[in-house]
Design a protein around this ligand. Structure first.
Ligand code: BGC
Length: 364
């Protein structure tokens, strides 16, 4: 069967690889992949910055954002609640086996040892292929009515985690947030915008491109009642002067410079979650005294957030119900390009106005 793969560490080595269709493995679900989403991490892997092959292999099958259908349920799983035909998304990370209490309790997203594996990213083949096999522990059922945007569940889960943990951290005080800022309007930034608006926060989303009716990111931001601002027109580090106290910042710009600018704009008692990373090195001149002063005198918390365990995928499915009711069609309009798997090279090309590209793999 077809698979889109790379040679780890080799720039632009993406190619179509023929691999064997998996058997029905006892205790697992055999899943037919319908679609996989493409994200910045895939592009970094293709760039050779990231990604490792499973042991013994000299290639890595890409794809960690998947959407599929159960093809077969192995013997022993008759009473598991899974049926052939169910729509399914699987989590990305698999636990380490080093007695890490987080991995042992289903929180491999908080793995302490770093010895976790990730499908399509680190030491395990991904979902950019026709079939895969997985344990139900890592599989989340998706209602059939969510099929048009079901492939967005993995990035939604990543955002659910960042927002849930922001609120969890803020249990340290009487937290009644009113204003939120999202830095970046890629899929993570837009999903954060949707979820913060769903919680009723006044939300400002800042991205590089200019707003206006020809920018689909700006259009979607405004559609959910948030305000789109261009970093060409506003200074991120002075956003608080313009907007008033900022209680929550979700950073999803992929720029370490923006991370520090965002920190400077955070309000008293505020919380900021950083979800993006930038490769390479970047030495910056920052006003360290000012940031230090602000963090201390403002009781602020800045934290990083990566990956998502199944709890956040389940939260994502829950939130979708509310989002779709409030802003019908907003989720599905995030998918701006659907291309057949054969067009994988085009799919990996960057395009400023594109939001989410999805590879179509299997037919129903
Ligand atoms: C994925 C996460 C993963 C992270 C680091 C992200 O693109 O969404 O699931 O943990 O990359 O590998």
């Amino acid at each position: 069967m077809k698979a889109v793969a790379i040679r780890p560490g080799q720039k632009n080595s993406v190619f179509m690889q023929e691999i064997e269709k998996p058997e029905v493995v006892p205790g697992q679900l055999l899943i037919r992949v319908l679609e996989t989403g493409i994200c910045g991490t895939d592009l970094e892997i293709i760039n050779g910055d990231f990604g490792t092959a499973p042991s013994g292999a000299d290639f890595l099958v890409l794809g960690h954002e998947s959407f599929g259908r159960v093809e077969a349920v192995s013997p022993g799983l008759e009473n598991s609640g899974w049926q052939p035909g169910d729509y399914v998304v699987c989590t990305v990370r698999r636990p380490c086996h080093d007695h890490d209490p987080n991995c042992d309790s289903g929180h491999s997203d908080m793995c302490l040892t770093g010895n976790y594996t990730e499908r399509g990213i680190k030491d395990q083949h991904g979902f950019m292929t026709e079939f895969y096999s997985e344990y139900p522990d890592f599989a989340i059922k998706v209602p059939a009515s969510y099929r048009p945007w079901g492939v967005l569940l993995e990035p939604t889960a990543v955002v659910e985690k960042a927002i849930y943990q922001s609120y969890k951290i803020q249990e340290r005080l009487d937290f009644e947030p009113k204003r939120a800022v999202v830095l970046g309007a890629g899929p993570i930034g837009l999903l954060a915008t949707f979820l913060l608006r769903d919680r009723g926060l006044e939300t400002f989303t800042i991205a590089h491109s200019l707003g206006g009716p020809t920018n689909p990111k700006a259009v979607l931001t405004e559609r959910v009642g948030a305000t789109y601002l261009s970093s060409q027109e506003v200074e991120v580090e002075h956003l608080d002067k313009m907007l008033g106290n900022i209680d929550i910042i979700i950073e999803a710009s992929g720029s370490s410079e923006i991370v520090f600018q965002g920190m400077a704009a955070l309000g008293p008692n505020g919380v900021m979650s950083i979800t993006g990373v930038e490769g390479g090195h970047n030495s910056l001149a920052i006003d360290a005294n000012r940031l230090n002063h602000q963090l201390v005198m403002g009781n602020q918390v800045v934290f990083g957030s990566v990956n998502a365990n199944r709890r956040y995928f389940e939260m994502g499915v829950e939130s979708w119900g509310s989002l779709e009711k409030k802003w019908p069609g907003a989720l599905s309009s995030m998918i701006t390009r659907r291309l057949p798997i054969e067009d994988f090279q085009t799919a990996f090309g960057r395009d400023r106005n594109n939001i989410k590209t999805v590879l179509q793999i299997g037919a129903e």
